[in-house]
Design a protein around this ligand. Structure first.
Ligand code: SF4
Length: 168
């Protein structure tokens, strides 16, 4: 498969880093499905998805999971597979294994790929800081959105009309 000139350096790569997010330090532990390197020596993270639902083009630009992977790269998450060096993040992508690509990208014979550019701006740090603040303050107010469509708790969720009667 053509990988845009990138070569694989690791699969199922575990990492454990601490990110600065505003006044918080946020520890992130996880596993990157695949890590590649590009011609400039940057690290590129690939995440395989097996669901039927793809994110929209706009959402992939601000996809939190991909963005956190890229921040983690910046904080040393892949140093051990780059001979101890600290590569710059060069982007990340979702590979939708159960969905075919657009015709111009190869059609149904290849999976749909949704790529995110290298991190830009402070929005991921702010997202992490908000999440950390909520956990520490124990503020778990539900927030509605597209994600509700696949949520099993809709019928008992205080933020939804159909669930409000259960909790009020
Ligand atoms: S239904 Fe409620 S709990 Fe489920 S995703 Fe939506 S806001 Fe969150």
């Amino acid at each position: 498969m053509e990988r845009g000139g990138r070569t694989p350096v690791a699969t199922e790569h575990s990492f454990d880093v601490t990110l600065e997010a505003d006044v918080y330090k946020v520890r992130i532990r996880g596993s990157m499905d695949r890590v590649e390197t590009d011609a400039q020596g940057r690290a590129y993270v690939v995440d395989f998805k097996t669901g039927k639902q793809a994110v929209t083009r706009g959402d992939v630009e601000h996809h939190p999971q991909l963005a956190v992977y890229q921040l983690a790269v910046r904080e040393g998450a892949v140093d051990d597979v780059f001979d101890g060096g600290r590569p710059e993040p060069g982007g990340a992508e979702l590979v939708q294994l159960r969905q075919g690509a657009a015709k111009k990208d190869g059609g149904d014979d290849v999976p749909k790929v949704q790529a995110q550019e290298p991190p830009d701006g402070e929005w991921v740090g702010q997202l992490l800081a908000t999440a950390a603040g909520r956990v520490l303050d124990e503020r778990f107010t539900p927030s509605t959105g597209d994600h509700c469509e696949r949520c099993a708790f809709r019928g008992a969720c205080s933020a939804r009309a159909e669930g409000r009667h259960v909790v009020e």
